[in-house]
Write a protein that binds this ligand. Structure first.
Ligand code: HEM
Length: 489
């Protein structure tokens, strides 16, 4: 009897019925908000139909364009904000009203990310931002990005005219850059395309296991002695050992070196804060958070830039002309002054982030106090709330659907352009990411023509996976064709 009752199909059926019942009974305060059909939504995710389809289902759910939709996810009812007016209300609230990252201490997400900025709240987070932002700003260094880009150019010369997975390539340059910026450490990400460095391999495997759908659906399973859980614990231990080794090495190097202005890496700056309650574990968490937030996002953004350049040869030509005019030489690393003059390339990067915001939806906040959006709509305590940046960037009242970098030339600051979020929890790496993208794009344009392979199926739109928060390209191949002779003529 007991074995019958607990047999898997019955448990699945009961769980299914429970969730279906809950799915169609939202709290009454949420009734005025249109609902995303759960089965249509689940299909796009389960059948990997891609981000374009996920977002189409979301926007079709709100035909009257009220700018809010609700969806039942396994963690409960979730409201997604889809217009800028409601986004402003979201940005204005602090951690007393909207709290982020509520996961138990023994959960793999907490074990890996610890209490770094991205998951912290309240006073703790404010203190961390006060410490990280100046340290981060002191580390900004176009020269160092340029050196990594030259390594990338040397590597790509060996893969001339061969279709390459663009996201893999861009992850390598962003990991290499961040390694130098954050740790003064050579991640060896650009030595060869055949070998994947240990640091990257471990990080990728950890993030893949952490996103295990089982943790979302049956959240207690992370506690079970499953093979995947044990593997995850071991990988996190390995990652920690490496990160502590890098910290110790940097401490030793700094003790040997004379104190000088050259110690501009983030780790050197943050090591100055050790003591007074700021521990090695805090430092480890901070570096992990920054490493995590900083490389895949920019790698995706750059993938989108090169995709858009390949798709629009006339825009690529204009961008290259600007790079030649400002930098001239194909081996020149842009200075901070040059970066200001690369206006068209910056506009391309901004327009690309509009069409393909690397963080399409913000990680959920839990609503701690009722939050009013208008006369009719108050989001009750306990609801999950997220901002859908993709939808804000596609609002036809403000934007046309085409790729038009020129719109950012004369109007650089547009309040409804929010790829880095806004308010007190905005991205601390925004300036760094834009600078990094400008340097890499300009230097690459002086060396390569960027093309989609002729047989590519992706001339229409960028292929994207069915991910939830962050965008990932789906098997997107780009060709880099050496350009030296053309530039020198
Ligand atoms: C195109 C590149 C990037 C995009 C689109 C992006 C986007 C974002 C967004 C939307 C948030 C808000 C997340 C939230 O509210 O939950 C955020 C936060 C953050 N970003 Fe970025 N980011 C990028 C690059 C970077 C880089 C290069 C770094 C550092 C090296 C970085 C570090 C952070 C950190 C530490 C936070 C957490 C801030 C906090 O919660 O107070 N990001 N980013």
């Amino acid at each position: 009897m007991i074995s019958f009752f607990f047999s898997t199909p019955i448990v699945i059926l009961l769980l299914g019925l429970y969730f279906i019942r809950k799915a169609y009974k939202p709290p009454k305060e949420l009734e005025p908000i249109p609902t995303v059909p759960i089965f249509k939504f689940a299909r796009t995710v389960l059948f990997n139909e891609g981000q374009h389809e996920i977002q189409r289902v979301i926007s079709d759910s709100d035909p009257e364009k009220i700018g809010l939709v609700k969806i039942f996810l396994f963690s409960g009812w979730t409201v997604l904000i889809t217009n800028i007016e409601h986004a402003k209300i979201f940005f204005a609230e602090n951690d007393d009203v909207l709290i982020k990252g509520q996961v138990p201490d023994d959960h793999p997400i907490r074990k890996f990310f610890g209490r770094g900025i991205s998951f912290a709240n309240g006073e703790d987070r404010i203190r961390q931002r006060k410490m990280a932002i100046p340290a981060f700003n002191r580390s900004l260094n176009p020269e160092m990005i340029g050196e990594s880009t030259n390594e990338l150019i040397t590597l790509l010369n060996k893969w001339n005219d061969i279709p390459l997975d663009i996201f893999t390539i861009m992850k390598r340059i962003t990991v290499q850059t961040l390694g130098k910026l954050a740790f003064s450490y050579d991640m060896k990400a650009l030595d060869s395309l055949e070998e994947e460095p240990y640091f990257m391999k471990t990080y990728e495997k950890i993030t893949e296991l952490i996103q295990n759908p089982l943790y979302m659906i049956l959240s207690f399973t992370y506690k079970l002695p499953l093979k995947a859980n044990l593997e995850l614990s071991q990988l996190i231990e390995g990652f920690d050992q490496l990160i502590y080794k890098v910290i110790e090495q940097r401490k030793l190097d700094l003790a040997k070196e004379k104190k000088s202005e050259e110690h501009t890496d983030l780790l050197a700056n943050m090591l100055e804060n050790l003591g007074n309650g700021y521990t090695m574990k805090d430092l480890r968490d901070e570096l992990t958070a920054i490493f995590s937030a900083g490389h895949n996002t920019t790698a995706f953004a750059l993938s989108a830039v090169f995709y858009n350049l390949a798709k629009h040869p006339e825009i690529q030509k204009k961008a290259r002309e600007e790079a030649i005019q400002v930098l001239g030489d194909s081996s020149k690393i842009p200075t901070s002054e040059n970066i200001k003059d690369l206006k068209y390339i910056k506009a391309i990067i901004k327009e690309s982030l509009r069409l393909y915001p690397a963080v399409a939806m913000l990680p959920f906040r839990k609503v701690l106090k009722p939050l009013r959006f208008n006369q009719d709509i108050v989001i009750p305590k306990g609801t999950n709330l997220s901002l859908n940046i993709w939808q804000v960037h596609k609002n036809s009242n403000f934007w046309s659907d085409e790729f038009v970098p020129e719109r950012f030339i004369n109007q650089d600051d547009r309040e409804n352009w929010i790829p880095f979020s806004s308010g007190h929890r905005n991205c601390i790496g925004q300036n760094f990411s834009i600078m990094e993208q400008i340097v890499i794009t300009a230097m690459m344009l002086l060396n390569f023509e960027v093309l989609l392979p002729p047989e590519s199926q992706n001339f229409d739109k960028m292929p994207l996976k069915s991910s939830f928060y962050t965008l990932y390209p789906k098997d997107l191949k780009i060709v880099f064709s050496e350009l030296k002779k053309i530039v020198e003529v």
